[in-house]
Design a protein. Structure first.
Length: 105
């Protein structure tokens, strides 16, 4: 286990029609950040991730996007095939099929 502390933040997202507010979980441990996009549409998730990457500190070197896979592969496909941003150096398939590793420049 790392000597560094992990910090978890909850980002309130705009409620979708007919649903209550949703919280995006952002967890950071050192230079790695986890973004949990469960329950989002592909377009909403793309906007959320792109916005977060645009504001991410330079000290963040890796983002682990938790998209899940049991409910379908729409989010997984969006992250792995369609997500583009100037900070993205490469994307890697994680050992967990519900997660994609995004290595930043």
């Amino acid at each position: 286990m790392s000597n560094q502390l992990a910090a978890t933040f909850f980002v309130l997202r705009k409620p979708r029609q007919g649903k209550g507010a949703v919280f995006m979980t952002v967890t950071q441990e050192g230079s790695v950040v986890w973004l949990d996009i469960h329950g989002e549409t592909a377009e909403s998730a793309r906007r959320q991730i792109t916005h977060w990457l645009s504001k991410a500190p330079k000290s963040v070197r890796e983002v682990r996007v938790v998209h899940g896979y049991h409910g379908g592969t729409v989010l997984q496909d969006m992250v792995r095939r369609e997500l583009k941003h100037p900070r993205i150096a490469t994307k890697m398939i994680a050992l967990n099929p519900g997660e994609t590793r995004v290595i930043l420049k």
